[in-house]
Design a protein. Structure first.
Length: 173
């Protein structure tokens, strides 16, 4: 590698912990950041292989594949919930500052929770999360709306409100 290449290189840190996708929703209509739920990815044989003790992993000769095949709902311990909600709020504020008008619709902060209970965001998904079109990924909408629902319902609620207030142009790009 050249010195110039090294100056342009980025170094990533491997964060060891539990992977969770924190799903949110935001638009200029509601002006609030809704925490919709949490999900975890399910991969083909990597997930169960990693659950084996290291000695057994070394004895097994299989080709590992990390192909996403689904999602499963998750929840988080209550002592970390405030941190998750603040992450969503901070992300929305930062994006609005840098890229007005900011986030419109669903997004997911793909994160790792370390052994020290640090939340590390390693990727952002600016789309409908992998699981919850019809169903919810966890009970968090019940705290705010009195019922559980998925991202598809949340999108429909926002479209209805925007239409009733003649503000559809603010949520359609």
């Amino acid at each position: 590698m050249s010195r110039k290449g090294l100056e342009q290189a980025s170094i990533e840190e491997l964060a060891i912990g539990t992977y969770m996708n924190f799903n949110f929703f935001h638009t200029p209509i509601s002006k609030q950041v809704d925490f919709i739920g949490i999900e975890r990815r399910l991969q083909t044989n990597v997930h169960d292989f990693n659950a084996l003790p290291a000695k057994q992993q070394l004895d097994i000769n299989i080709d590992l594949q990390n192909i996403e095949v689904g999602h499963t709902p998750a929840s988080i311990r209550e002592s970390l919930l405030e941190k998750v909600i603040k992450m969503g709020d901070k992300f929305v504020a930062a994006v609005k500052k840098e890229y007005a008008p900011g986030i419109i619709g669903p997004f997911s902060l793909q994160s790792v929770i370390t052994k020290d209970l640090e939340l590390v965001v390693y990727d952002v998904s600016l789309r409908v999360p992998g699981n919850p079109i019809v169903a919810t990924t966890s009970p968090y909408t019940k705290y705010q709306y009195g019922k559980t629902f998925g991202i598809g319902k949340r999108i429909a609620m926002e479209i209805r409100q925007a239409q009733e207030e003649s503000r559809l142009d603010e949520i359609v790009t």
